[in-house]
Ligand binder design. Structure first.
Ligand code: BTN
Length: 252
């Protein structure tokens, strides 16, 4: 641990009252040569971003953090760290939840409580020669005290499901520490353990789902993850591998 903080020595935490987006700040740091472990935390964001260009409502009271990594891996492998982030969040909040609240992971990177989204993860990266990563930013948002109404996928917060209270800083420290555990395991041994832990709490496994793609959509049975982390979708015609998309229950 670093002196006086609950963070392992890997991290260099910088805290802001407000930023445009912690991912943007982390990317600026990456471009300026900041080291892996740089951890940006803002109490609010004026231009918080979600996946696929969506807005991430970022009022005070919730967690907004971004971590800079520089793993010597390809960009496709780097995407597997979204699963590490989801697990880190899930493992941190699980002990805070009332017994009847169900925690599940929704592909690729969402954490759900009773089928509503409590957390989102935004990975951004830049590759250099031969597709190796120069940097990867893992952006994490957790709805602690509030959540936006009317979002496309229903949202929730720790507070609204009756979770035990946790300070945002304590949540950040626990999520970062747990992420480091999974990150080091991934560096040493690859994706297998992450994949299994994630699948153990995957939402909709074996069930019919609808996946919105960049262009169009696909439906089928959610058959699992491949060895890279892509979603496997089965229908009468066979098995299809999906690398990016948004999953909804098939009935929607
Ligand atoms: C999603 O589910 O669409 C991803 C949401 C990611 C939000 C976090 S909040 C901290 C970091 N900074 C951002 O602008 N976005 C991510």
């Amino acid at each position: 641990m670093t002196g006086g903080s609950g963070l392992p020595a890997f991290f260099r935490l910088e805290r802001f009252a407000e930023l445009d987006s912690t991912n943007e700040e982390c990317k600026r740091r990456a471009a300026a040569g900041a080291p892996a472990g740089t951890l940006i935390w803002a109490e609010a964001q004026s231009a918080g971003r979600g996946r696929r260009g969506r807005r991430w409502v970022s009022v005070p009271g919730n967690l907004y953090m971004s971590l800079l990594l520089r793993p010597d891996r390809g960009a496709a492998a780097g995407a597997q760290l979204g699963f590490a982030a989801a697990l880190a969040i899930g493992e941190t909040i699980a002990p805070l939840l009332p017994k009847q609240v169900e925690l599940a992971y929704k592909w690729p990177n969402d954490v759900l409580l009773d089928s509503r989204k409590v957390s989102g993860i935004l990975l951004e990266s830049q590759a250099v020669g031969e597709g190796r990563l120069d940097w990867l930013v893992v952006g994490i948002g957790v709805n602690v005290a509030s959540f936006p109404e009317g979002s496309e996928y229903p949202a929730t917060s720790l507070r609204s499901v009756g979770a035990a209270a946790i300070a945002v800083e304590a949540l950040l420290e626990a999520v970062a520490s747990r992420f480091l555990f999974w990150y080091e395991g991934w560096l040493a041994a690859g994706f297998t353990a992450l994949r299994e832990a994630w699948l153990a709490r995957a939402r909709g496994l074996g069930e019919p789902v609808r996946v919105r793609l960049q262009a169009g959509e696909a439906t089928g049975r959610f058959a699992g993850l491949d060895r890279e982390g892509a979603l496997l979708l089965e229908d009468g015609a066979g098995r299809r591998r999906i690398a990016a998309g948004d999953v909804f229950p098939a009935a929607r």
